[in-house]
Every structure is written in structure tokens, then in C-alpha cells.
Design a protein around this ligand. Sequence first.
Ligand code: EPU
Length: 444
Amino acid sequence: MISSPLPADVLAVHGGSPLHGEVRVRGAKNLVSKAMVAALLADSPSRLYEVPHIRDVDVVRGLLELHGVRISEGDGALVLDPANVERAAVDEIHVHAGSSRIPILLCGPMLHRLGQAVIPDLGGCHIGPRPVDFHMQALRDFGAVVDKTDRGLELTAPNGLHGTKLQLPYPSVGATEQVLLTAVMAEGVTELANAAVEPEIIDLICILQKMGAIITVHTDRVIEVQGVPRLEGYVHRPVPDRIEAASWAAAALATGGDVTVRGARQADMMTFLNVFRSVGGAYEVDDAHDGGIRFWHPGGELNAVALETDVHPGFMTDWQQPLVVALTQARGLSIVHETVYEQRLGYTTALNQMGATIQVYRDCLGGTPCRFGRRNFTHSAVIAGPSKLHGADLTIPDLRAGFSHLIAALAAEGTSRVFGVELINRGYEDFEAKLAALGAHVDR
Ligand code: EPU
């Protein structure tokens, strides 16, 4: 046990006990924040249900309020009223620098509503360089003039925004959202090739359609948008958070536990469920009662697997870190090839300090050579197991890696001190209360 008092941002995790019980996931972090931005395009209020209390939502709320959007809570929904949208003081916008990546998505809506957009420097997780070149090229193709300043970006559209034909170099989630949020009110038709088609993007398209947009999703990642002159507010219940759901599933498996994730939806998690079963985890989709998916460790040994992360419908990059913790408990050699982000394996150093045996490689250890092969990026890993994990001092580097540290600490024998747990609040609602409900022994 820890004897000296700990600072508030440190969690003491007394590991070694299986997690048992139920948690509920609400609207997906990676949809909700974009849905809030979409409300800016309307000329009447929007109502968004199941909005989780996470820091990313607070950041977007702050930025929208700064631009005159009135935001309130009522009847379980977030109500966003854009009737009085106005330009904000540049200095106040820059206060939000470094807080999130969502502000980049304000470009199109701000240009439509205010004729200019001032975007602070972006934040978000440090999992690679995370450039915004696809976003900027697309906005220029629509007719925007982009000015890079030493504090961020300033955009104008002196001749308005016009539909265009675009092809993304890679099916980027954010760039696809950028194009959608701009094209819906641009004059004429936009055709986007090599678009991302994640469930959160399809849900954003549903929202925009409710608002009055005309969007067709063709086969082969082609999306066509017919611009319309005005959009109205929406009422929407978002897709559940499939990243959080998979994180709890991995925690159940790594700790030898049994966790039911209420709100989790099978259709969005098919690829994860296949891998979970291949590793030796058990799950049951509950369609009879309140809905959700129960995940548990059925006893016996777990199996090593080989997997590659990919864009949808592949295995999500955000599922990778939590699952790797469970793979440290599988017999044999597991192989992970991360093809979405070039620097998303740094957290394995901490797992090795806890007793795991994970070796990282620059090579593409998978069937698909990716953009990062033969470059200086350690983006593949071999995990040898099963390993006995022991408690350690851990510093959280980013959101998903942070939750993985937490899972590892829960699976380990002894006490770990996890530093920087506030980062986890960016994407996991009430995670400490949920951990307590699952019987975890944690304290601040
Ligand atoms: N990319 C570029 N140029 C661009 C945009 C992207 O090179 O202009 C590259 C990125 O560097 C990356 C790849 O394209 O290598 C994919 O990036 P993408 O644009 O798809 O990611 P994102 O929109 O920035 C969202 C989620 C991430 C999630 C990815 C992939 C949000 C707020 N973030 O990021 O979620 O990992 O899609 O599914 O929606 C998280 O929740 O922890 C998280 C990081």
C-alpha cells in the first residue's frame, strides 16, 4: 500500500482482482463532438442525447459558446441554439489552443456562417505527427483561402465555397468529416473519393441528412454531397462508444473477469468481436433484456493472435492498446501491425516494465505493407506470453494508452501508481465510478 499522500492526479491501483459487473457506455466521443459542430450549420436549435461528460465535449462546448451558440441541458439532451452565432475575439479563441483536435472541423461551418474561421493550434493525443494537410487541401479546393499564422489558422472564402471533386490520399476520418461539414452548404455538387466510412461518419451523415442535407454513400468509399442553401436543427441519439466498449471488454479479459457493457452494439464491433473470440474471450450479445454485450474470460489459456489495425471495417487503431494488455496473458507470440498511426506503440515500454515481453519493430509485420514500412517508425510489435505482470509507477502518455496502463495495473499483482489520470477523462466518462462498480481497488 502507498503510505505517503498522493497528488490528486495520481491513481493508486491495487491489482490482481478480476473485474465483475456492469457499466454503461453513452454516445461515442468521436461522434458527439462532431455532432456539436454540425449544430452550427443550422438556423434552429439541435437536441443531442446521450452526451457523455468528458473533457472533449467541454472543449467543443467552450468554443461554440464563444461564438454565440447557446448551449443548455434539458430532458436528458444537450440543446444547441445557433440563432446568435457571431465572430469571437481572436485572443479568446486562442485560449483553447492545444486542447483538442476538434477545432479544425469548425472551418467549413464557420466559413458558411461567418465568412471567416479562426482556428487555434490543435491538441489531442501525441500518437504521431497528425498533420492536417488533407483538410487544408480540401478546403482550398472548395475555394477557401488559408492563412497559417504563428498561433493557428485563419480562413476566408472571398468567392464563397463551391462543390468540388476530391480524392483523399488516405481515408482519414477527420478529413472526411471536414469535407462533409463543408460540402453540405457549398454551392453545387461535391464528390469525395477514398472517404472514411467509420460508423461515426455514417452517423454524422445521418445527422446532416436530418438537417436537410443530400448525401449519397456510394460503394468503394465514394461520397457525393449535393449542397443546399439552408439546414435546420436535428434531434439525434448518437452511436454508442465502441472504443470505450472494447476497452472494458479487454479489461475483463486481462483481469480474468466478467463485464457487461450496456449500450454496446454488435454491428459496430464485429471485427473486435471476432478477434476477442479468437484470443479465447467469450461474449454474449444481449438482445433480450436491456441490450449490450457481456464479455468474460471463460477460464483456461488465452491464444496468441496476429492482427493489423486498419480503417473501417478493419480492426480499429483505438482498440489496439487495450487488447495488447490482454495479449500479454495469451500463450505464444502475438503480432500487431499498426497501420493507422506511426507512433502508437510507445506505451509498450511501460508494459515491459511491469513484466510483459513486447518487442517493437520498424518492419511491417503483417500481410499489408503500410505507409510506415521502411521508414523510421516502430509500428509493429511481437508480444510473448503469458507474462506475470507486477505493479509499477506509470505515467499516462495519451488517452488510449492511458486506459491500457490502467488495465495493466488492474491485471498486475501489487500496487501501481498511475500518474496523469486526468487525461483519461478526455474520453472515458466517470471511469473511476465505473471501476469502483466493477469491484476494482483504486484510490486517488
Ligand atoms: N492524416 C494525414 N493528413 C491529414 C489527416 C490525417 O496524414 O490531413 C493521417 C494521420 O496522421 C493518420 C491517418 O491519416 O496517420 C488517420 O488519421 P485520421 O484523420 O483518420 O484521424 P483523426 O480524424 O485525427 C479520428 C479519431 C481518433 C482515431 C482516428 C482513426 C477523433 C476526434 N479522433 O482521428 O481517435 O484514432 O480517427 O479512427 O475522432 C481517440 O479517440 O483516442 C483517437 C485518437
